[in-house]
Design a binder for this molecule. Structure first.
Ligand SMILES: [Fe+2]
Length: 546
């Protein structure tokens, strides 16, 4: 890849299934887990000066943009950055056209870069596209930038995040102001926006709780309205995995927001790379996921329809019912995209190459039982029936161990608990073992069609086992992802990260008008190549305070 401009490279979408990426991400996740255990940067941040709330309340009206999960491939990240940079944007729903203006403030809601938080990742995948979209700004309307970290920003313990966003620097044409990984904005007409840092979905640290409690006591008046920006849609995770997943958000609501007198009207987040809005049943509170800043698309067909008791992890939790009102992509579009996982070997050939090593190992472990020391492996395989191969596999301790490891690995990979984990995991593992034997048998038949002997024949056989075995294993893997996702709602992330879909991007444009009302424009880009913005749904109006 040639450098397009000094300082960064245009990057393709992250290939999550490439062997190097798998190893790299695994190592980074491990390091971040160790770092969070031994040193929580948020507690160290308590030594930094306390930021007063950034005060924009003297304005009569204000525009604010929200984007999350950015910093992936150039096309999608730059596509959204260039829309955020435009001074004006005309947006249309079915009936009307709405003139909108670039946000006076840009809020980034976590996962600012992928796959990890190395400085080169930030430069190539996030700062580069944003600097190209808006190299600088001048005059009184220079926009501000406020950010919270997501789990990908935490992969280096937040070191680069703090350097880039928490030292009063410019990031492209946007100016940063915060000194900690969380912040508060005082907006016109008694609106507030708070960005909280939940680290890797862990408890919210004490200094952060105290920061917002002090802010609530000193600056918030009863009846003020609050927009909370957090790095995860814990309301959706709570529905999937139980109310404990909602406890951080709920704790913050009970211990900080409620005593301040503010009304929590809107929660904004990313982490899931799609658009999804829940609205309070019989009310106007909103829970919005808009993680469409550039990262690969996540599906919407497994999202819950209603949220209720799972948002009540504590007897004092005061949570109304919410219902899902809109998603992008639609359920039908999302389902159509899922079947692309059947093309796994074509989409991720390096993954197929990686797992091609397994049937080779299996063949090698079966060699003594198969040839019986009387013939070469190649000759033995050409003569062996499927039954012979199955018997040789069962008689070879190495082969049995490999088969058992495959089944256990697939059980470990199945993201569920109990029967839902073991059932699909064992079935997938057994399918992989069976298909592996079939491909070895098929390789023997095909090798027999070519008149080769000795070493060249062995080489051909190994090549065929690797190519057929890797392709078949990747095919079965893709079919498992599609089936488990469609039938059991599992593996949203694993299935769709494999696809690296750059389309269906989004961001939110918020307008606080003279009357004090808030209007939220959900802006979508269905095809990044076209870069044509549209309204995902009609603008959402949230009534003024009081
Ligand atoms: Fe993300």
């Amino acid at each position: 890849m040639a450098a397009d401009r000094p300082g960064f490279r245009r990057m393709p979408m992250v290939r999550w299934y490439s062997p190097l990426q798998l190893a790299n991400t695994g190592a980074r996740v491990l390091i971040s887990l160790i770092l969070e255990t031994w040193s929580d940067k948020r507690e160290i941040q308590a030594a930094l000066p306390v930021d007063p709330p950034h005060n924009l309340s003297n304005r009569n009206e204000l525009w604010l943009d929200f984007v999350a999960d950015l910093g992936d491939g150039w096309d999608s990240t730059y596509g959204i950055a260039s829309l955020l940079a435009r001074p004006e944007l005309e947006l249309q729903d079915r009936q009307r056209s709405f003139p909108t203006r670039r946000g006076n403030v840009l809020v980034m809601g976590g996962d600012l870069v992928y796959p990890t938080s190395r400085i080169s990742d930030y430069e190539n995948r996030m700062i580069g596209p944003y600097r190209t979209a808006l190299p600088w700004t001048e005059g009184p309307e220079q926009p501000d930038l406020f950010v919270i970290p997501g789990n990908h920003d935490w992969y280096d313990g937040l070191t680069n995040f703090m350097r880039i966003f928490c030292q009063g620097r410019w990031v492209a044409g946007w100016r940063t102001h915060q000194s900690r990984s969380y912040f508060a904005l005082q907006l016109p007409h008694r609106w507030w926006l708070w960005g909280i840092d939940i680290q890797l979905d862990h408890y919210i640290d004490d200094p952060q709780i105290r920061y917002f409690q002090d802010l609530g006591r000193q600056h918030v008046r009863t009846g003020d309205r609050l927009i909370l920006v957090t790095a995860e849609p814990s309301w959706i995770y709570a529905k999937r995995k139980g109310p404990l997943l909602y406890r951080n958000f709920d704790y913050f609501e009970r211990k900080v927001v409620r005593p301040s007198g503010a009304q929590l009207m809107v929660a904004l987040t990313g982490d899931l790379h799609h658009y999804c809005r829940f609205q309070e049943v019989g009310g106007s509170r909103q829970l919005i996921t808009a993680g469409g800043g550039g990262a690969f698309l996540h599906p919407t067909h497994n999202l819950p329809k209603r949220l209720g008791k799972e948002l009540k992890p504590h007897p004092d939790s005061d949570v109304p019912e919410f219902e899902r009102v809109s998603t992008s992509p639609s359920k039908a579009q999302s389902l159509r995209l899922l079947w692309r996982t059947l093309l796994m070997p074509l989409i991720n050939p390096e993954f197929a190459a990686l797992i091609a090593a397994v049937p080779i190992l299996q063949l090698w472990s079966m060699q003594p039982a198969l040839s019986g020391g009387r013939s070469t492996l190649a000759d033995a395989i050409q003569r062996a029936s499927l039954g012979d191969l199955a018997r040789a596999s069962a008689d070879s301790p190495g082969s049995v161990v490999i088969a058992a490891l495959i089944v256990l690995a697939m059980v470990g990979f199945a993201k569920a608990r109990g029967v839902k984990k073991w059932g699909p995991g064992v079935a997938h593992g057994l399918a992989q073992v069976t298909v592996m034997l079939v491909t070895i048998w098929l390789a023997g038949r095909l090798a027999g069609l070519i008149a080769l002997r000795g070493f060249p024949l062995t080489l051909l056989l190994l090549g065929l086992v690797a190519v057929l075995g890797g392709t078949a294993a990747a095919l079965v893997f893709g079919a498992y992802l599609a089936g488990a996702n469609r039938l059991l709602g599992m593996h949203d992330n694993e299935a769709f990260s494999a696809l690296r879909i750059r389309d269906f991007k989004n961001f939110l444009r918020l307008h606080f008008d003279e009357s004090g009302a808030l209007t939220i424009y959900p802006v979508g880009v269905e095809r990044v190549a076209d870069a044509v913005p549209h309204l995902i749904e009609s603008p959402i109006r949230v009534a003024p305070p009081g």
